[in-house]
Design a protein around this ligand. Structure first.
Ligand code: UDP
Length: 370
């Protein structure tokens, strides 16, 4: 019997890959992590510019209610007490997010929960929601939908909200208190020093090779390990043999502004059609960076064609049924673990990806070894 150099070849150095690699290494397994990009961290990657940790692939705000996940990430970085309270601009006015008593006051000058509830009740959709538009109308009524949701969603997804699944909007909290905290999770924050430093700590003692594309050299790389953990696009793994899954992509347009404070908040959403971008991120506010300049990024959603990076899976019914067929192929593929946002074709927050990697590793260790 020949011994292979590695127990696991981990394809992709994002959150799923790095978490799996850490857990496997802690359990005494020998891992090789590869990534086709020139850096670790996947889309969480941050880069220091003018003393500011810039979130190169969009804002990443860590939040979870899962104590095991929170303890896990705290092994590798200290988190600050950042609370995400984005603002929204529509029709030239500024609104509070998520939808709460502040937003209701800004829209209707209602001051009590009872007044706000009555206003929403009078304009709600009353049936069983079957798509994003109906879900939004059912949750918050016509005014909020038309001011803060409809056009943002069209820009974000490139589709009419009636063609999109309802669950996307269930992510947005609605509350009848004056609380602008976007997330409802118990733990929240940004790793002090940036996500790249967190990944460096997570990968300590683990072999990582960058600029290596698994799909360019699949047989050779596969032969190096007992098992492969694949975190790329599942349809690409199978050479698109059943067709292409749809994703939404983004363009990031960053600039250094020669002033200390550009917009006074880390995240401002642009919810109407007057601007083609969906939000402006001002990175220094995530960690309160002390710099005489500021780095901002405008986010432009776009179709995912050609070389565009896939960011958001479009989980509508057609894509879901195609994904299920790919999943069947995945189930019948020996010695490959598929995980992460692109492999599970799921719109997951960071903590859910970590949870998924933890669960996958747990079920892995229960299996008899090959
Ligand atoms: N959304 C919206 N208006 C906003 C923010 C969000 O209509 O100002 C909707 C939109 O459909 C979006 C979904 O809520 O796709 C989820 O938004 P979130 O900000 O949670 O997503 P992220 O892009 O940060 O993962």
């Amino acid at each position: 019997m020949t011994t292979l150099p590695y127990d696991y070849l981990i394809v992709g150095c994002g959150l799923f890959g790095a978490t799996f690699a850490r857990l496997a290494t802690d359990a005494g397994k020998h891992c090789l992590v590869i990534d086709r990009r020139p850096h670790i961290g996947g889309n969480c990657y941050t880069e220091k510019q003018d003393g500011i940790n810039v979130h190169r692939y969009g804002a990443h705000i860590f939040h979870t209610s899962n104590k095991a996940v929170w303890s896990f990430v705290n092994r590798f970085a200290e988190f600050n007490n950042y609370i995400n309270s984005p603002k929204a601009i529509s029709g030239g006015k500024l609104y509070s997010l998520p939808f709460n008593m502040n937003t209701f006051y800004e829209l209707w000058q209602t001051r009590t929960p009872a007044e706000a509830r009555r206003t929403i009740e009078a304009q709600r959709f009353l049936g069983e929601p079957t798509n994003l538009e109906e879900q939004a109308l059912s949750l918050v009524g016509k005014d909020i939908y038309e001011t803060l949701i409809r056009d943002y969603t069209r820009k974000q997804w490139g589709k009419d909200p009636r063609e999109l699944p309802a669950f996307i909007i269930r992510r947005l909290p609605l509350r009848f208190t004056y609380d602008n905290n976007y997330f409802t999770d118990r733990y929240q924050g940004i790793p002090i020093g940036g996500y790249t430093a967190l990944f460096e700590a997570m990968l300590e003692g683990i072999e990582v090779r960058l600029n290596v594309d698994y799909l360019d050299d699949r047989p050779q790389l596969t032969s190096m390990a007992r098992k492969v953990v694949y975190t790329g696009c599942i349809d690409q793994y199978f050479h698109y043999e059943l067709g292409r899954l749809e994703y939404r992509s983004l363009d990031f347009e960053s600039s250094i502004e020669e002033l200390e404070n550009f917009q006074g908040n880390a995240v401002i959403n642009y919810c109407d059609t007057s601007e083609p971008f969906t939000r402006i991120i001002e990175h220094k506010h995530f960690e309160g960076a002390n710099s005489p300049v500021t780095v901002i990024t405008r986010e432009y959603p776009k179709a995912c064609s050609g070389d565009a990076i896939p960011y958001y899976p479009i989980n509508d019914p057609a894509n879901q049924s195609l994904y299920r067929r790919y999943q069947e192929l995945a189930h019948s593929t020996d010695n490959v673990i598929f995980g992460g946002r692109l492999s599970e074709y799921k719109y997951m927050d960071m903590h859910v990806v970590i949870e998924s990697a933890m669960n996958r590793f747990r079920s892995e260790t229960r299996q008899p070894s090959a």
